[in-house]
Write a protein that binds this ligand. Sequence first.
Ligand code: NDP
Length: 237
Amino acid sequence: MAKVCAVFGGSRGIGRAVARLLAQKGYRLAIVARNLEMAKAAAGDLGDGHLAFSCDVAKEHDVQSTFEEMEKHLGRVNFLVNAAGVNRDSLLVRTKTEDMISQLHTNLLGSMLTCKAAVKTMIQQQQGSIVNIGSVVGLKGNSGQSVYSASKAGLVGFSRALAKEVARKKIRVNVVAPGFVHTDMTKDLKEEHLKKNIPLQRFGEPIEVAHAVVFLLESPYITGHVLVVDGGLQLVM
Ligand code: NDP
């Protein structure tokens, strides 16, 4: 059976690195992001047979129609990676409600919606593998990131519960929880200062996270697991 993987947030950063690795391994990729041009550029880089889709994961209708289009053009999705995410870092007392909502909707509700759509088709296939991208701050908490941390902590609870729910259908659900990784999301951070607190003394690269994602996607006897990829950061948080 063809390996078809939808990578939400596959146009940039960690998702794009995951897509590259999967393309090298013979998967057919659906690259999904809001910005269609960026998604097309990422899909085009992968070679022939991969497609780009525009979708806001926070919108149920968008997610449903995207899965219908993916199935029509690529075949049934049997692998899913949720790498779409946003952060609006600020102390809670300064955080606008709209910024709380956008983080929860994209990072948590969005993954719930894509998992729901994917699980429906995976149940019919009696197989499937999902990796959701959490964060080490969802496990440890971080000042200035209370809402973002909550969205990522919620993603862990959701993923573990879903793993129990769908295991008998031969569908696995796992989480990769990165620390600081060089992407657009972290480009404005004070790296020189922050990296001193990381045991391995550096930010990670998207490809280093991608290897962990692909490992979990393809590990037939691992489900409900949270794999931390953070240069040791959680040891000192
Ligand atoms: P980037 O900002 O580099 O990329 C984010 C991706 O998500 C883009 O493809 C973006 O495309 C897409 N995206 C954002 N919002 C939506 C939306 N509403 N609907 C669909 N797609 C969306 O982020 P990273 O690669 O750094 O992050 C990937 C994941 O890893 C995120 O979940 C992030 O929270 C998590 N993470 C990142 C860390 C880091 O240090 N970089 C650390 C820990 C976790 P577009 O804008 O076109 O929609």
